[in-house]
Design a protein around this ligand. Sequence first.
Ligand SMILES: Cc1cc2nc3c(=O)[nH]c(=O)nc-3n(C[C@H](O)[C@H](O)[C@H](O)COP(=O)(O)OP(=O)(O)OC[C@H]3O[C@@H](n4cnc5c(N)ncnc54)[C@H](O)[C@@H]3O)c2cc1C
Length: 415
Amino acid sequence: MTNSDPIVIVGGGLTAARAIEAIRESDQDTPVVLVGKENRLPYERPPLSKGVMLGNDPEDSAFTHPREWYDENHVELRLGVAADRLDTGARTVTLSDGSELSYGALLIATGSGLRKLDAPGTDLADVFYLRSMPDSAKIRARLVAGSEVVIVGAGWIGLEVAAAARHHGAEVTIIEPQPAPLYGVVGEQVGSWFADLHRGHGVTLRLGEGVERLEGEDGKVTAVVTSSGERLPADTVVIGVGIRPNTRLAEDAGLEVDDGVVVDEALRTSAEGVYAAGDVANWFNPTLGTRLRVEHWANAQDGGYAAGESIVGKEVHYGPIPFFFSDQYDIGLEYAGHVPRDTDAEVVLRGDPASNEFMAFWVVPEGDGVRVLAGMHVNVWDTMDAVQALIRTRAAVDRARLADPGVSLTDLAGQ
Ligand SMILES: Cc1cc2nc3c(=O)[nH]c(=O)nc-3n(C[C@H](O)[C@H](O)[C@H](O)COP(=O)(O)OP(=O)(O)OC[C@H]3O[C@@H](n4cnc5c(N)ncnc54)[C@H](O)[C@@H]3O)c2cc1C
């Protein structure tokens, strides 16, 4: 790479911003160009369903850096422009405004796009999805006392929007085809605790039901009809049925793609000089000894930084224990670990879930005890380092001691 070949960062999210930080910490000279489809500076998305949607934090607080930071760091901003075509042989990228950039190195940090609900009526007015700042502002404006909000999907986004809607006094119903919220992530037992949490705050849950269609009048949504044929009145519908990685650019360029852009532990794709990180990357995690793709803030934060280091030639072995957090009503939770899809993991509880202060561990049998694959706390702060240490040791721990809040997790992890 010569100084005349810029480093091109495609995607204007947190991953992109953190990569630029890492690059500029060791290289102030190579030109850096940020190509971002959204016409705004990189920002963090978690506040969009929490502090910003609750009305506690201004939207501006979500930006990762002020505009001057990009100026001071000599970053050329090409915002409101998408990267449409990547030619890894010629090392060029063509943008949606028709211009072409040559690159010495290129980072694909295109994140995720929304999965759409496949049901008639989703094109009616006052039906929303949540991914961006404008989405968040539009939903926030609809959350007023007495409004009838139906949320489709009891995943993290659906549950956080439900909490914000209740905060603003809206009536809330959640429709979820699975038997419990977050069923695929935490299973039925812990998922049922989330159901109770929301019911306790006045949310109606319609579990085990899907959406047949949305109905409207004068182009605006008026009801959601469930798969059991029930008609739920609604003046606002928020759909949160998941996301998928934005891999089109990589696929069209012939890069290896398999549930995300395939990269190694240094976040290098199958094409020379092209890297990928954040939501869009499916990387080999050397700590876990497996490939994975996650949709977590921490992975954008740390993976973006690691990609920047890799681009400037540092040796990178990106192997974090995946980490996630959420806030709903008066609870805060953190989750660390990875339970591979077909694993029959058992849940060990520590503390009483009814107290809203407890931990849950996902374990598999190991020797005389169990091995911890993942752990979550609800309002039991400062426990995540020990949880991550427990996961890293891979050692058998005593099941009863793991379940006992009186036993130090740090001691259990043998630290
Ligand atoms: C409302 C909300 C709440 C969340 N809350 C949490 C939370 O509590 N905890 C947690 O761990 N995670 C949370 N997340 C997930 C977290 O925000 C994501 O993991 C993170 O945003 C991923 O960052 P990224 O930069 O990889 O991708 P993104 O944030 O998706 O950014 C990618 C950017 O690239 C742009 N782009 C796409 N294609 C192109 C192209 N061809 N050319 C140019 N630009 C392109 C996109 O428009 C986008 O701006 C939340 C997400 C949302 C939406």
